[in-house]
Each structure stands twice: as structure tokens, then as C-alpha cells.
Write a protein that binds this ligand. Sequence first.
Ligand SMILES: *Cc1c(COP(=O)(O)O)cnc(C)c1O
Length: 418
Amino acid sequence: MHDFKYVDKELYCEEVPVKKITEEVGSPVYIYSSRTLRNHFNVFDCAFAEIPHIVCFAVKANSNIAILNLFAKEGSGADIVSGGELFRALKAGVDPQKIVYAGIGKTEEEIAYALKSDVLMFNVESPLELQKINEVAGKLGVKARIALRVNPDIDPKTHPYISTGLKKSKFGISIKSALEEYQLASTLPNIEVVGIHKHIGSQITEVGPFVAAMEKILNLVSKLKESGIDIKYIDAGGGLGITYSEEKPPLPREFGAAIIPMIKGLGCTLIFEPGRVIVGNAGILVTKVLYLKTGEAKNFVIVDAGMNDLIRPSLYDAFHKIIPVEEKVSEEITADVVGPICESGDFLAKDRKIAKPEPGDQLAVMSAGAYGFTMSSNYNSRPRVAEVMVDGDKYYVIRKRESYEDLVRGETMLGDQI
Ligand SMILES: *Cc1c(COP(=O)(O)O)cnc(C)c1O
């Protein structure tokens, strides 16, 4: 469900015509629906109403502070993977006691920052990281609350680049050595063991892998209990998929129905770290057609947004629906929709059947709310695009389009230093 729809052949976000936004803000532009965002958050949150739980939105999916602030107001916490994300979450008003911190390469500075901010817990990814957290906490005279990120060796049946819970993955601690690591953790003077964490991958469209991973985790939780280690927080990670094309991922309610009975009665608080499922379909990227070109073997629709603005098609071979901002009758063509970047991998769609557009027409790249803007870059010295949030019949620029001056901010030429 989302709030992008046609009214009289014109695409709207809630009550605002998309074209009104591009006329005033320019193109390309990311547009998010605040109604969809709130709705998605609450549907997910309500799916677990029966049991004590915290929803920690995965900041890396979309880190604009307006979005983090919107979720914080709905009661969301944050799943962060860097000091920068911690800064954003705090700035946006997220309660530190609802912030969980994952990531395999936390630096000493980042660990200290998180300890001083009193985040709920660190999701620890390796034995040496655990030692480092113990050491930094000791220096600061505090105790660090931790969960170990356990790798349950479950195949999430998704793209290999977004599978994170297999044996060969760089993430987490193998489930085989987890018990031993927990015992060691519980002897460290500046560490308080409070939880267990897993995150097996992203864009997962079946309940099965989640249930299988949870079974393994719960098995470990009961072994830990036997050895005197009580787990307060079970962090189930993120990963629930969305519909980009024809996928039929489980609804949050169905997801909840599978997981709740496993957790109920354990006396634990369940944590979730959803990213994509909350923001993915709440955002679009609007782009303008610059040129049409007929190659020897293919048609190309050349647009003003490229892989630097939305890298998912290039990086993961991801599919995004592309629809016209103004519907009109025209012949259907098969074309690659490509950006202006000097890379063959710069495309938004390949061999796509679309209504033949004309230069100047606008296209909406759907389901671009997750891993869209956050993965964008300045490659080819392209200023990053504006972000807009719609609320009813109003819209707000929540990130200004970058200028050429922004591109060189912080750069100096030799000799200019003094
Ligand atoms: C990326 C990530 C998430 C969010 O994943 P989604 O598929 O967007 O729900 C959650 N937790 C961790 C540790 C992650 O790395």
C-alpha cells in the first residue's frame, strides 16, 4: 500500500501533483509520502502489539533526519551502523535507549561516542570488537550493554549481495562458537550481556528463513540460560521484503503471527530492525526524459537521473517499476532507461516495455524510498538531488538540491592552505 496514484491521468503523492513539485523543486527529485511512512511504521509496530517489543528503524535504508524524526514521533528507535548514523538519529530526536548499534568495523571513536550517548546496546560482530568495547567502556568508567550478533547459517533466498547470515558471510559470530563467546563476554568487567542479535539478509520474501533462524537463536538462548546467562533482548534484525515487481512478501501481520508464538512467554523484549519494508514503497525518484536514441540493437530512453542517484539496478540488478508522471496514449516500446553517467552499468531499467515518452516527459521510478538517496553519490560530479516530503496537500523540501559549490566544499588546491 502506498499513496502514489493517478488522478485524471496525473500522478499524485497524497494530494499533491508530482508535477507541481518538479516544477518548483526541479528534477530529478526523491519524493516521500509521510502518510505512507507513518502507516507502514504503525502496521509493522501493531503486528507485534501482543508482546513487549521495540521497532528500531534501520537508518541506512533512509537516513534523512525528517524521516527519522517522523518515525521517532511514532515511537521508533534506530538501528545504526556508524557514528554518522548515531549523530543523525540523536539529532532527529530518537531516544538513545531505543538505539542498537551493529556493524563489523566500529572504531574506538565510534564506540566511545555510542557509550557516551548511552545507546541501548551494541550488536557485537567479532571477539576482538568485544575486547575493544570492554576496553573503551573501562576508560570511560561505564558498562557497555551488548548483544552478540550470531550468524545462524540460514539461506535467506535473496540476492547474494544482501545475504548476511550464511557461514561464508563477513557478519556476526558463528552459532557454533557463540556459547563460548557469550561465556567469555560475561567475564569481562565492563560488559553487560543483555541480548542476542541476528540479521540474515534483506528483501526476504518468505517467512521460512526468519522462522528457521529464530529457532536456532532460541535454542541458543535456552542454552545460555542453562549456563547462567539471561537474555533480555532478542533482536531479530530486519530483512522483510517488499513488492518491487511481482513479489508477494508476507504482510507484517503474517510475519508477526509466525514469530510471536515463538517468543511469547520467554520474558524477553523483541527488537526488530526493519528498513526496506517501512520506507521502500513510500518513496519515488522522479526523473525527466532528456533524449530518445535508437541504437543498432536497442532503444534508449536517456533520463536526467543516473546510477549515482539510484544505484540499485546497477548494483543488484534490481527491478524498479517506471511509470509516466502524466499518462498519455502512445505506442509501446522496449528500451533501456539509462542515465547520463559515463558507465555502461548506468541504467535504471533494461529491456523495459514502456509507453514511448517524449523528451521533457517525466517518469517516476517507483519503490525508491529504501537504499535510494542513502546510496547516492557525487560520481561524475553530479550534485545530489533534492528530497521532498509530502504531507496531505502540502510538501516540504527536506534536503536541498546540492549546488556546484557544494561539490567542492572542503577541497583546497596546493598552496591555498596558508
Ligand atoms: C541493513 C540492515 C537492516 C535493515 O534491513 P532491511 O532489509 O532494509 O529491513 C537491519 N539490521 C541490520 C544489522 C542491517 O545491516
